[in-house]
Design a protein around this ligand. Sequence first.
Ligand SMILES: Nc1ncnc2c1ncn2[C@@H]1O[C@H](COP(=O)(O)OP(=O)(O)O)[C@@H](O)[C@H]1O
Ligand SMILES: [Mg+2]
Length: 312
Amino acid sequence: MDTRRSLRGLALRNGGGGNGRYEERRGEGGERRRAAAVYPTAPADGEERLAGYRVKREPYYRPLGDEVALYESAYALRLPVLLKGPTGCGKTRFVEYMAWRLGRPLITVTCNEDMTAADLVGRFLLDAEGVRWEDGPLTMAVRYGAICYLDEVVEARADTLVVIHAVTDARRILPIEKTGEVLSAHADFQLVVSYNPGYQSLTKDLKPSTKQRFVGLEFGYPPAEVEAEIVAHESGIPLEMAAKLVEIAHRSRNLKGHGLDEGASTRMLIYAGSLIARGVAPATACRMALVHPLTDDPDLAAALEAAVSTYF
Ligand SMILES: Nc1ncnc2c1ncn2[C@@H]1O[C@H](COP(=O)(O)OP(=O)(O)O)[C@@H](O)[C@H]1O
Ligand SMILES: [Mg+2]
């Protein structure tokens, strides 16, 4: 039997020493866990490699419910997490915040349909010294123990995503075909993905075999007062002004399904607020940030403009 494969469930010691050297270490609950430094690479250079991925300052994140505690429970179990919700509602900010809170580096990949398995896993590169292997973002996270965040994961092709299967089930291994390595995930590794179910179509959805490897957290736009607080904080406008922007957003969100794919997001409100904070007239800022990017349809634009002129 391949010893590398037989090590499933065992923790890879952070910065661990020689290959195949076993260590005893206590888990979070005080229980004894057998940890091993696993072939092929002792990640002694892990701290150095991950330094650029550390979240250095606490990101501003306003919790909306018990998502922080729930994420912590999922992380304690190293369960892969799927974040669902409309665009611009705080999913990415939440992951940044959780990475900071858990003290783990965060490696983010924004997925697109041209992405290949090699873009995640790695590739051989030719340089002055010859051919060398370069870990992709997923491999780096698996090897050194980071949180790997695949943003907009449904944009990736299903055959690309198959590479995450073995590392998101109980095996926690990443087979790297090109080098013949079978990498056991570092004890701190976790995979997080996000997507917007609103854009889901038959051609753009995760396969059940992929989805069923995750636990899910659902995100939505925050309650009005909380959203105003976030917009005021992020853009620097007064709370009352932010509250008006949120009202306009609610109007546009009601147009969802009536010609609009999606209403104004929290992100768009922050853009509008930031323009206002810079001195742009509120109605103009709203037109720039909340009307033009949402629709090209003259009737819908007029409906949105009407919402803006109710408040400004
Ligand atoms: N709960 C929240 N706490 C703090 N900021 C938030 C929150 N929700 C949204 N935001 C703000 O909205 C912006 C867009 O959110 P983001 O996380 O990029 O959205 P998503 O990843 O869901 O598309 C963030 O940059 C942040 O300024
Ligand atoms: Mg995002």
